[in-house]
Write a new protein. Structure first.
Length: 595
């Protein structure tokens, strides 16, 4: 063993873990580790966006595409406080990265030095992050770093993935100790728990009894890379598949039995299948309020009248909202492979048994298409939302990675987008953080440099992080931002119109002191892009959209496309969503059904 500085040890361990990037912002608290990263800059590249929140969302986006964690780096105090939003976003959606935060030097702890939190405990920043990470490690000496680093990487990727914090007093970056570099973590993917044989048999027994079964899959399916197994089950059994937004792309989007998202802004066939199903095989997802019509029976699901097999790697999710008929703690890929293997011996489970169910679903698909499809070709100014979704679906390559921000545009894409691959539709689902889609596309582009990466973001969300364009130019990242410009926080404005009789306040953007009916206002987003050195285009006519998007992707340069959208056209609810105590609304298309 040889004497090594704490910062050098961390840098060397990142190399050992094959971490290619650190996304971070400099500060007085982390300048010591920056010096160590300078020495290994050919093996670990520092990418420095203009805000710490962006660094976290980039790391999140990178993991969602590549399923390999990278690291972030922030300084003492405000810089690390800016990581709270991306950390809780990642935790909510089971995405992993190592957040290295600097803290005050150990010799000054509890003396209220610059940027210390000390009201309840010395150097207390780790407690700020406690609710938003899987674990926080706070090594206060160099010889504590090896164990903390190894455990941090193990913790991030075992079981349900999630972000981990390494909070390091900044003297530890510079101090030395006679320590050995720890062994690389090799647990990711090596420990995939399966179901016991009794549970596999019980699940198949329920399937044999069912006549109207559905699969409901989510991010756990994507994280386990279980798409091929679920696709084979869909093909062999002829059973429809409903997906959460983060599960989209795991099964073929063009299969008539791929029904899409469920809930208020889900597709009508998905809600119909959920309402009428006699068995739900839920794999790697949870029944949150938006995917269950706020748990109101008959609008998306009908438990306990419908039977439920709930499979998740996280035991805390089993029975959280719906007590399962059969709860199984297992990895999604392993469980689905077990079902496939056991099917060969089950003559009582045949595709033909669900033929009538498939015919019924085909009828619902036809009804929905007849209702929505005409608007996808409507030529209007401002542009209809459906036209934007349809145009992007037509012109974007099959291997595109789409990153969506929080906003009304997300509702439209959940309802109608058909991703062609897994890990190609990035959503802030659990925490719905504005700025996620704006920033995460940078991380996605670094994870897949050969693929086109397009972010569809609201005008409100884009204004929260417009500096991303400068970062893209600085690092040569050919990301495209399609700004859904409806001159409003339109998702919330729609709630005011739907639930509060149109009493609009604080949700639309007007010039000067004007209110409703006045001149709408937004900056010139295309001019902002050009000021950063990127391309910028304004699209106000439907006919110009496809060409603008196609050219932006072809150019392989950072680009902002400012698309003016009709704010008065709203997604057609096919389920419901309640904001208690406000009464919930009935679906615009379709009716609830109680089993």
């Amino acid at each position: 063993m040889a004497m090594i500085k704490g910062g050098e040890l961390i840098a060397e361990y990142l190399i050992k873990q094959k971490v290619p990037y650190v996304f971070g912002i400099c500060g007085h608290g982390n300048v010591g580790i920056l010096d160590a990263l300078h020495e290994v800059r050919d093996q670990v590249k520092l990418v420095s966006p203009r805000h710490e929140q962006c660094a976290g969302h980039m790391a999140d986006g990178y993991f969602r595409v590549k399923h390999q964690p990278v690291a972030t780096l922030t300084s003492t105090g405000p810089g690390s406080a800016n990581m709270v939003m991306p950390l809780v976003t990642a935790l909510s959606d089971s995405s992993a990265f190592l957040a290295i935060t600097a803290n005050v030097p150990t010799g000054q702890a509890n003396r209220a030095p610059f940027q210390e939190l000390y009201a309840h405990n010395q150097a207390d920043f780790a407690q700020v992050l406690r609710p938003v990470v899987k674990r926080s490690f706070q090594p206060s000496r160099v010889d504590m770093l090896p164990l903390a680093l190894r455990q941090a990487f193990d913790t991030m990727v075992t079981g349900r993935p999630g972000p981990v914090n390494l909070d390091v007093p900044y003297n530890v970056f510079q101090e030395e100790a006679d320590v050995e570099l720890p062994a690389a973590s090799n647990v990711y993917g090596a420990r995939r728990p399966g179901a016991n044989q009794a549970d596999v048999t019980a699940a198949l027994d329920l399937l044999a009894q069912a006549r109207q079964p559905v699969f409901f899959i989510g991010h756990g399916t994507a994280l386990a890379e279980a798409g091929p197994e679920v696709t084979e089950l869909q093909r062999r059994l002829g059973i429809p598949v409903i997906t959460s937004p983060n599960g989209m792309g795991c099964v073929p989007a063009d299969d008539p039995l791929t029904l899409g998202f469920i809930g208020r802004n889900g597709a009508y066939p998905a809600n119909q299948a959920g309402r009428h199903a006699d068995l739900v095989l839920c794999v790697g997802t949870r029944f949150d309020d938006r995917s269950s019509s706020t748990w109101i029976p008959g609008y998306s699901w009908n438990f306990p009248a419908s039977k439920l097999v709930h499979v998740d790697i996280d035991p805390l999710e089993l029975g959280r909202n719906y007590p399962p008929t059969l709860g199984v703690i297992a990895d999604a890929k392993v469980f689905c492979a077990q079902l496939l293997a056991a099917l060969d011996a089950r003559a009582d489970i045949r595709r033909e048994a669900y033929a009538a169910w498939r015919d019924t679903i085909a009828g619902w698909q036809a009804e929905w298409e007849a209702f929505v499809r005409p608007n996808f070709a409507a030529i209007t100014t401002p542009i209809r939302p459906e036209y934007v979704v349809g145009a992007l679906q037509r012109v974007l390559p099959e291997d595109v990675i789409l990153s969506l921000d929080s906003g009304v545009h997300h509702n439209w894409f959940m309802q109608f987008w058909k991703p062609q691959r897994a890990q190609s539709m990035l959503n802030s689902w659990g925490y719905s953080s504005m700025g996620f889609g704006v920033c995460s596309i940078l991380g996605a582009q670094l994870a897949a440099p050969e693929r086109p990466c397009v972010a569809v973001v609201g005008d409100g969300g884009f204004m929260m992080a417009p500096y991303v364009v400068a970062t893209a130019v600085e690092y040569g990242l050919p990301c495209v931002w399609v700004v859904w410009n409806n001159f409003a926080w339109a998702a919330i404005r729609d709630l005011q119109y739907g639930l509060f009789e149109g009493r609009e306040l604080g949700t639309a953007f007007y010039k000067g002191k004007q209110g409703p009916g006045g001149e709408r206002y937004n900056p010139d987003f295309a001019a902002w892009a050009r000021a950063c050195g990127a391309d910028g285009v304004v699209v106000t006519r439907s006919e110009d959209l496809s060409g603008a998007v196609e050219q932006a992707v072809k150019n392989r340069r950072p680009c902002v496309i400012d698309v003016h959208i009709d704010a008065e056209v709203r997604p057609p609810p096919t389920g419901t969503w309640q904001l208690p105590p406000t009464p919930f609304k009935e679906p615009v298309f379709g009716k609830p059904y109680r089993r």
